[in-house]
Design a protein around this ligand. Structure first.
Ligand code: ATP
Ligand code: MG
Length: 326
């Protein structure tokens, strides 16, 4: 395989388990074992260079944990990430993250020019002060801000402009890979499309690879090449974006897209829910989706389904696999 056919990122059997804090009494007196949150529990995926791979799923399914592992903010408990050759100068991985809330990720006491110039200085990406300045002004222009904005502070900007500043700062590190975790969820609807368009333009111009996470399914459809649907720490379906949206196969994907009722909450609006869901602390046996699945059978309650390839989709569902065989 040549270097350019190598995926930008290959994730193999990644898991991330957290020990829950335990009281002294439980631990010492009762000898209870500590409980574990299986936030991510054995996921694999590949992201070809220059493409966008999205993760969707309800709140708490493990999306941000995956994002944090990809950028190195969280160590996996198991599994490995292989990035394509093309590490930046000084051997650093060229991966940057765009967060949901730009105000929390921008130092309020620094001028925007310094915020953007810092990675250039820290990583030694320019030989001179003049060069750093030039690059910083170029980045402001790239994200649609003006040179005069360099002297202003983050609080002087709107939410959308602040997200542009965080994108400029991320680009300052010359990344090849951007992890965008809910990059537009804190923004007004009218501004969301502008930021998505900016990200799309940057991908075209710079050949960036994106891991994109959003609750906004129409945004996901718009920006993604491939989409993975996560449920309780596992990928239950993964396919090209059109396949996921036009021909969803897993009962959970169908539910997320609004085409089947949710057995636990038949009247609830189809918004991400954080309550009453089976928990990653004690996930149900068998297929973890079975308590909510209209198709659940004995097999689903006892045996975890293996992935099967159905048309262009990889799906973990006994029923989908059986329909394929018969
Ligand atoms: N540091 C941690 N310690 C313990 N549990 C954690 C930790 N980080 C995440 N979790 C748990 O792991 C699970 C997955 O969390 P994660 O933040 O990845 O979900 P998410 O899909 O990003 O949710 P949301 O859509 O709300 O952002 C949740 O049950 C969460 O409570
Ligand atoms: Mg999250």
């Amino acid at each position: 395989m040549s270097a350019c056919e190598q995926p930008a990122l290959k994730a193999t059997d990644i898991a991330c388990w957290f020990h829950l804090p335990q009281s002294w009494l439980d631990h010492t007196v009762f000898g209870r074992p500590s409980r574990m949150v299986k936030a991510v529990d054995g996921i694999s995926f590949e992201i070809p260079r220059g493409t966008t791979f999205s993760i969707v799923g309800e709140s708490g399914c493990g999306k941000s944990t995956v994002a944090r592992m990809v950028v190195g903010l969280q160590a996996p408990t198991r599994g490995r990430f292989d990035f394509a050759a093309g590490r930046g100068r000084k051997g650093r991985l060229r991966t940057q993250m765009i967060f949901q809330d730009p105000i929390a990720s921008l130092n309020p006491r620094w001028r925007v020019g310094d915020i953007i110039a810092e990675p250039i200085r820290e990583l030694g990406l320019s030989d001179s002060r003049k060069g750093t300045e030039r690059r910083m002004h170029k980045l402001l222009d790239t994200v649609g801000l003006g040179s005069r904005d360099a002297g202003r502070y983050p609080h002087e900007f709107s939410g959308g402009q602040r997200q542009r500043i965080s994108i400029a700062r991320a680009l300052a590190a010359e990344p090849e890979f951007l992890v965008c975790d809910e990059p537009t969820s804190a923004l007004d609807v009218s501004v969301q499309a502008q930021i998505l368009n900016l990200l799309a333009d940057l991908q075209n111009d710079l050949g960036l690879t994106y891991l994109f996470i959003s609750h906004n399914l129409s945004a996901v459809r718009h920006v993604s090449d491939r989409v993975a649907v996560m449920y309780l720490g596992r990928i239950v379906e993964e396919a090209p974006a059109d396949e996921i949206f036009d021909r969803p196969k897993h009962p959970y994907t169908k539910f997320l897209l609004g085409s089947v009722p949710d057995l636990l909450h038949p009247d609830r609006e189809r918004v991400p829910v954080a309550v009453d869901l089976p928990s990653p602390i004690s996930p149900p046996p068998g297929c973890t989706y079975h308590p909510r699945c209209p198709l659940a059978s004995h097999e689903c309650r006892t045996m975890a389904p293996d992935p099967s390839l159905v048309a262009a989709s990889t799906v973990r569902c006994h029923h989908v696999a059986q329909a394929q065989v018969s």
